[in-house]
Design a protein around this ligand. Structure first.
Ligand SMILES: Nc1ncnc2c1ncn2[C@@H]1O[C@H](COP(=O)(O)OP(=O)(O)O)[C@@H](O)[C@H]1O
Ligand SMILES: O=C(CO)[C@H](O)[C@H](O)COP(=O)(O)O
Length: 413
């Protein structure tokens, strides 16, 4: 019996799931991330690899990992990080917005001020940019640490860099001289075995293949059980991410709408900066669970736009969009009700926007991420969305990434 390991790098932490050839999870673990730095990522990954039980190590056939989409960094030609890490919601590239708009075709996902492409242009403007640097996404860099081949990405992580997953090429409007851009392969492609050093250090088979990864919310989609156009997955993690399966590709940067390729279909959607990170600012985990059990059924009269700081990506794409968290009622139950129902409203507006732009009619919504544990929120969301809302079959993105590790190039599960 052989096994595959999927590792999910989210905002609050990383999780790993080991599955067998029957796709059954047989072991999992979770490590918190206190910081979003390459060093903290690597320490988290090392902890996970150290924790794999001895019993399963000899049979490990494949590993894949996913990262947060649009989180990027520069490395030198030995793979050492040489820049700040720009997270998916980092808006400092807003300063190069006019240059970006000039280069990118209208409505392209690369046009957003938080896109990997905007961050590439921002890096190119820095006087400290060295001559021979590599531009990588979080998942590209972490995979490199395992297989040792610098400069490889997948077409999910590279979509917001401008890579075209249909023609499988970089358009000629993307500057490719410095930093060097990754060579892009299909998610799930076997890249190569673990380096001898990694294999020795963690006691893993020399033959274990590292496969190209994906983004966190596509991994959540792969784990969900959704498979038909019209079926969608909402990831309720630190952020709120929508993915709706469609025959048609839909892109509109005015609203932060874009489409990832999934086999012969498209995953239309977008990622909002609202989500669980805002809940965490106001409530402990215990309070969240206790208050949610008492949540009223009817919609809340409070109309918030829950953000930690100004700036929204979808369904409104505006780097200066203000948080709206007033009025704050004295009663924390009413406040939580208002926050959760406002997020449900934003989710419904997101699916409505996708429909208006040509995505299929919404039939069913699966739910992944920490918020999938909240049944009362599920009911509020169902009322706003008007379709059945259920928990995903597997709610952990790491499970979807483990499925990818067992594939040899992306197929629908
Ligand atoms: N019962 C709950 N109801 C609503 N949100 C929850 C609940 N439990 C956890 N969360 C939220 O889920 C988030 C963590 O989910 P997770 O999927 O691990 O996120 P990420 O991968 O983005 O770090 C936290 O921000 C937390 O507020
Ligand atoms: O919000 C995020 C972090 O959790 C990511 O940006 C999210 O994964 C959306 O990216 P994509 O749609 O490209 O997968």
């Amino acid at each position: 019996m052989g096994y595959a390991l999927g590792i999910d790098f989210g905002t609050s932490g990383l999780r790993a799931i080991l599955i067998n050839e029957a796709k059954k999870p047989i072991w999992q673990t979770r490590v918190s991330l206190e910081q979003q730095t390459p060093r903290a990522w690597w320490m988290g990954l090392s902890t996970v690899l150290d924790e794999i039980p001895e019993l399963w190590r000899p049979g490990l056939l494949a590993i894949a990992l996913n990262g947060t989409s649009g989180t990027v960094l520069l490395c030198d030609d030995r793979g050492q990080p040489i820049s700040d890490t720009l997270l998916y919601n980092d808006s400092r590239a807003n300063s190069v917005s006019s240059q970006v708009q000039h280069l990118v075709p209208p409505q392209h996902p690369a046009a957003s001020s938080t896109s990997s492409f905007s961050k590439l242009i921002w890096f190119r403007q820095q006087s400290s940019l060295p001559g021979n640097s590599y531009f990588l996404h979080q998942a590209d860099w972490l995979s490199f640490r395992l297989h040792g081949q610098l400069g490889i990405s997948d077409y999910h992580n590279s979509l917001k860099l401008g890579y075209d997953p249909q023609s499988l090429s970089y358009p000629d409007w993307i500057p490719q001289d410095n930093p060097r851009l990754p060579h892009v392969v299909a998610p799930g492609t076997a890249i190569g075995p673990l380096t001898p050093d990694i294999s020795r250090r963690f006691g893993l088979p020399k033959t274990c293949q590292v496969h190209a990864g994906t983004t966190d919310s596509i991994a959540a989609f792969l784990a969900s059980g959704a498979s038909q156009p019209g079926e969608a997955v909402t990831s309720l993690g630190s952020t709120l991410v929508l993915k709706l399966l469609s025959h048609q590709r839909v892109d509109d940067s005015r609203y932060g709408v874009y489409s990832h390729r999934l086999g012969d279909l498209w995953l239309t959607g977008g990622a909002s900066n609202t989500g669980g990170a805002v809940l965490q600012r106001f409530f402990s985990q215990g309070e969240l669970e206790e208050l949610s059990d008492r949540l009223p059924h009817p919609p809340s009269p409070l109309q918030y736009y829950p953000l930690l700081q100004p700036g929204e990506r979808f369904p409104i794409n505006d780097p200066d969009y203000p948080p709206q968290l007033e009025p704050k009622p004295d009663n924390s139950l009413d406040f939580l009700h208002g926050l959760l129902d406002s997020m449900a409203r934003i989710e419904a507006q997101g699916y409505q926007r996708l429909r208006e732009l040509g995505a299929p009619e919404l039939k069913r919504v699966y739910t992944a991420g920490g918020g999938a544990n909240n049944d009362a929120w599920m009911r509020l969301r169902e009322a706003r969305l008007g379709v059945p809302v259920t928990r995903s079959l597997e709610t952990e993105a790491a499970y979807g990434t483990a499925l990818l590790a067992f594939s040899s190039g992306l197929k629908l599960p």
